[in-house]
Design a protein around this ligand. Sequence first.
Ligand SMILES: Nc1ncnc2c1ncn2[C@@H]1O[C@H](COP(=O)(O)OP(=O)(O)OP(=O)(O)O)[C@@H](O)[C@H]1O
Length: 295
Amino acid sequence: MLQLQDLSKSFDGKTAVVDAVNLELRAGVLGLIGHNGAGKTTLMQMIATLCKPSRGRILLEGEDIVARPERMRRRLGYLPQDFGVYANLTALEFLQYFAALKGVRDAGRIRRLLEQVNLHEHANRQAASFSGGMRQRLGIAQALLNEPDVLVVDEPTAGLDPEERLRFRQLLSEIGFSKLVIVSTHIVSDVENMATRLAILNRGRLSLCVSPAELLQQARGLVWAGELDEGEYEARRPHWQVLQAQRQACGSVRLRVAQAEAPFRGAQPSLPSLEEALMALRYALPHGATAGAAA
Ligand SMILES: Nc1ncnc2c1ncn2[C@@H]1O[C@H](COP(=O)(O)OP(=O)(O)OP(=O)(O)O)[C@@H](O)[C@H]1O
């Protein structure tokens, strides 16, 4: 459905902030993970036709969206990182306003969307009085107005409380049953339970694109758990990638370490969490992880 071919972007003509990314995407939720400044927003803006690639192509069902951006725009829903609501409009008025801008004439669509994002009971409240989660859900409703096939959502859960996060993830996950949803985040747990694939961006380069299950499989045997005397732990920890360390009342330390071999006598291989798997692949293997990039 959506193909990124050798996609690169440089703002100064020297440093590539997105560097030769190749990806093939279909319906489902793609979790785009990377540190601050990894290039996630730039990549998403290129997909959303808000920023032109310096090199490479983006094809939507075989058609170049750089040459024909209007085709993508008709089929795109985009929720930017800095999405803001208009203080004086109610949720309903806000969606009516965007429906008019997008040429959406089906009046029932707004009502259905308000229900889908669970804001129907607040339709006549001013959006300025909404919580962060409610605003984000209104943002998603806005992005879904034109029934997009591709939904691009940039760091949607920043600033949301745990309950709002959960609700928001459920919403994206449902949309991903039939559409392509691309969600960026630097928090792995945000996409852990909804992503069908995870793409890891590292300084603009795609270092990994796999399903969560494949990621966990690749990290098998790289995470170790055990308990050590505190003195020994302090002496040896500079040489380890410690994932977790808990001091025990008895003076020992219970710890989890990412490493290709057992880090100390008595350490046992342990099943990693998704976050640990990512860390382990990054640090425990000599040259970091490099897996195929077809999604
Ligand atoms: N318009 C621009 N002009 C110059 N440099 C830019 C521009 N936009 C982004 N950059 C640079 O490109 C790099 C990648 O930025 P980008 O916002 O894409 O990363 P990100 O992964 O989304 O980060 P964050 O998680 O902090 O939002 C950064 O070094 C940033 O300073």
